[in-house]
Design a protein around this ligand. Sequence first.
Ligand code: NDP
Length: 320
Amino acid sequence: TRILLTGGSGFIAAHVLDILLQHGHSVVTTVRSQEKADKIRSAHSKFGKDKLDFSIVEDIAQPGAFDKAVVSDPPFEAVIHTASPFHFNVTDVQKDLLDPAIIGTTGVLKSIKKSAPSVKRVVITSSFASIVDGNKGSWPEHTYTEADWNPITEKEAIENAANGYRASKTFAEKAAWDFVETEKPSFSLATMCPPLVLGPIVHYLNSLDALNTSNQRIRDTIQGKQKDEYPAGAPYLFVDVRDLAELHVKAAEVEGAANERFFVLAGEGLPKEEGEGGGFPEGGVYKFDNGKSVKVLGAKYRTLEESVVDTVKSLKAVGA
Ligand code: NDP
């Protein structure tokens, strides 16, 4: 199958690319520059242009950014859209987070509808950020599932970067489902909602300072920045990037994933209740249900230990 993968230079997308190639698909991936394309090409030199090719999309927030990228010979049958900003280093939440997330998502869907009628499935990397209700905190009596939507408002979205990121994922995913409902395109949609994603780095990194956001806590821990106590912050769930990538590809391949939302996670990455620091909430924390991903996509999840060990090994290889 010929598949378009957006944001090929990213942490998660690099694993998705590996699995697409392993499954024998023919892939075109979008990157922001020729230099990034060259780096990915050299890491996959055994694949010819017919199996791996590139399309430059400098800024997904520009209208029509994907018009050219969605056109291919042979034509695409599926699109996996991962590109979206995930960092908190922002000066303008609207321009730096919301616009690329939302316009990037609606933009790729519009371009597909207009110019790539052969596409049957679109998979979008959404997030647990579009499920979790930040105002409910630890909410021990609740079990999060695909039925939950983050109720964050436009006003809250621009209050700070953390809200901005969560809102960017929520509004972008909502916009995608609205698009499918109102535009009735010939493709079906599947959205993937992972919490914190950990795991080995396989994409090109200039330096450890350029490490993707979700692995930074592990980098900081092994560099001794969290020696004295657990860092404070919300309890978090996790998933290994290799499992998540496999599930993106399954969601592109499997009939049963059509128009489904998937909460994809392995489990908790919490310190023990009796541990020092970390602010373990009294009464416990929310529960989760990943059963749909297991049933429909055949998900198998790596343990926290395996994920962390392999992340640390890969960070050491990049110089941590
Ligand atoms: P990365 O930062 O490694 O990847 C983000 C990708 O998006 C990069 O390829 C980046 O390109 C691209 N991108 C961002 N903004 C633009 C833009 N304006 N124009 C073109 N390309 C852009 O992070 P992840 O791999 O972690 O994130 C991938 C996806 O997964 C995102 O949608 C993110 O929201 C989602 N996600 C991640 C989680 C995690 O814990 N890692 C958890 C839940 C969801 P470049 O590198 O060139 O800037």
